[in-house]
Ligand binder design. Sequence first.
Ligand SMILES: Cc1ncc(C[n+]2csc(CCOP(=O)(O)OP(=O)(O)O)c2C)c(N)n1
Ligand SMILES: [Mg+2]
Length: 865
Amino acid sequence: MAETQTNGLEVLETREWLDSLDYVLSKGGPDRAGRLLQQLALHARRAAGVNLPFTATTPYQNTIPIRQQPPFPGSQEMERRIKSLVRWNALAMVVRANKIQEGIGGHISTYASAATLYEVAFNHFLRARTEAGDRDIVYFQGHAAPGMYARAYLEGRIPTQKLENFRRELKPGGGLSSYPHPWLMPDFWEFPTVSMGLGPIQAIYHARFIRYLENRGLKQSSGGKVWAFLGDGEMDEPESLGSITLASRERLDNLIFVVNCNLQRLDGPVRGNGKIIQELEAIFRGAGWNVIKVIWGSDWDSLIQSDRDGLLVRRMGEITDGQYQKYFVESGAYFRQNFFGTDPRLLKMVEHLSDEQLARLRLGGHDPIKVHAAYEGKNITHQQKKLNDEELRLFRSRFGIPIPDGELHEAPFYRPSDDSAEIRYMQERRKQLGGYLPERKVRATPLKPIAESHFEEFYKGTDGREASTTMVFVRLLSKLLRDPEIGKLIVPIIPDEARTFGMEALFRQVGIYSSVGQLYEPVDMDTLLYYKEAKDGQILEEGITEAGSMCSFIAAGTAYANHGINAIPFFIYYSMFGFQRIGDLIWAAADMRCRGFLLGGTAGRTTLAGEGLQHQDGHSHVLMLAVPNLLAYDPAFAYEIAIIIQDGIKRMYVDQESVFYYLSVTNEPLPMPEMPAGQNVREGILKGIYRFKPSVKKNAKLNAQLFGSGTIMYEVLKAQQILEEKYGVAADVWSVTSYKQLYREANDCERWNMLHPGATPRIPYVTQVLKDAPGVFVAASDYMKVLPESIAQWIPGRLVSLGTDGFGRSENRASLRDFFEVDAKHIVLATLTALQRERQMNQEVVQQSIRDLGINPEKCNPVTS
Ligand SMILES: Cc1ncc(C[n+]2csc(CCOP(=O)(O)OP(=O)(O)O)c2C)c(N)n1
Ligand SMILES: [Mg+2]
């Protein structure tokens, strides 16, 4: 291409065409020119089959041409000085943190390369309050946190002491968290963005959720925008790009991604052999986004304007990112020779510039490449955390910070006085934009307690009729949806499994949210439960995206803070595709003090029949142990679900606790019993254990305590009967609704006792309730054995744990429970074995029981088979 362009005739021909186009442009404007070009392309294709190569990219130049640049609205000089102050203090924070404690860390270059992006936004765009009373929602790039702290310090919002304790949160008086963590800094950060990829996907779903709130009439104010500041390396995370079509499909013009293409990630260039800016442009344009590229700074303007034949822009487009990085660190002479030297005409374009000017051409300015060049270009690696005194001196001088050489070694912070021009300017700008950012506030007022009457029907049981716990949940949800107070606040979220969970009745009851309503006649229109989409629909039917659904859950579950709306999300999903699929988003939700209910549907390794290894979940409850502020329940009965959800709404929305819930629900239809009488049943359900069914056998010599959870409870109840009838063992059955709650509380007691040696020791709840329970202890659940074992040390006796360790199988429930050894016969055998170990039973009885129960002692071990 370049070669043919040097052919004189062609050059002339091209010129003529360009002149003609210029004429059309000047007479008819860009629209006319665009139509003409389309017609030309069509003509070339029809007449001679000319195939224009498909391209989603535009040339490697700024999207906004020089002519269309609006004038800069503020004082560039003042903003330059403020930026220098922010940059100095951000740098000093990291350098000081590392000087005081070697290796405490912190990123310098992320913020350094993005400072201009942030400062322009802070001074002119990011609104803490809009005229309509709305506000912008901002996802800050996690690794740029030092810049946000430094700015807040200059704004007078963070004292020097805290800045001093950056990354030293446990110091007296507290410090600043390394990255954005609402859990640790609940008045400052709103979004934990530092696990890369989670910010962009959450921003998309948040922007969509805002539209949902508006369309449903829950949010009055509008006009706020969602901003996400992102790294170019970060865009490789599947979460970053995986949901971008949602934004265009939903026409989310309230969403802005600012991708800082500094071409660099930690180890090296993001696309050494390619061009990340072009790659991202193609992806986003292809997905229907409006992409604005900012590549070259004003210094290049005159060169670009004189590039009549497009030689320069073509050359710019040829260079790989890796090579650009080389230019940033090389001399002007190298740049001249290597970049411009490929064509005498290019060389001519810059002959009026000295090598020095050429080098400066690439550095300085306000665009990301130049900011990046100014910092990184000095051979400072991306991971650098320490600077020597000479480097500090250079920075000090470049930023014009009045710190004498003698004090530089300490990298002191610097804040001009409140009445300095800089501080007054930045305060005034923020005032104009409605206040400071970031700032986290709880904007909703607590809900009033909800009516007990919604829950009462579930206390009575089903009178022998069979119902799965999923059906129970769905029934409860549909009742709550009708509540005059909280009904509208409920946000049901489903990734394409509503019919699996028997929720299709809700389609009709509350509708599926769609920003455009329903533009087609659904095929199932004539059925009662047709797929009804509506603009004010309440269900978020997300399609097959657990990650997207979780982002909706987070947007809804944090709306109490972000939007002053007590949205109550219920996200029901295939439990296997919960924590192990999107655990990091659950972790982020926890950090964000998100509220709401996660429901792991079709739960249980042996309860989900037929589906096999990749569907049967026997470990989500183990994984959920990890999330500090999550309450996890594995309920067996309808009334347990009612009590837990009732309490959850109270704790989260009335009492305003920063907790959220996980309930596993199953699809095995079973008769739901009535709630046993007794004061402590309700308490036991919430705390994790209560006696569900004592043995009818009085004064038995042999005793056992059986723990059951979820549907395995029914196997435990069968075992209770066999033990009583065939082996003379009086067994009490306990419902364990939450091993996690018991584990947490027992640890709490232990810890308190350790720290208070002289005081009366606290006794864990589980120990208290079992204190007079005689005999052996056997637990069975549809989860891994480690779950009951987590509380073994607080049981007044040795605990035998039966569980479902291993890979699932496609089979029916009975075979699965036999295979995993969690059915009634194995519970009986485990109990007899425990009794024998206590020397309360003869070995012969146990041996005989194996034959009687029909257990094959040589069967393979499910854990490894
Ligand atoms: C999910 C995840 N993986 C890895 C990291 C560790 N990490 C921190 S910064 C970084 C590189 C970031 O590069 P980029 O997104 O280009 O940001 P830049 O600092 O260049 O602005 C990595 C890999 C992380 N924070 N999150
Ligand atoms: Mg980068």
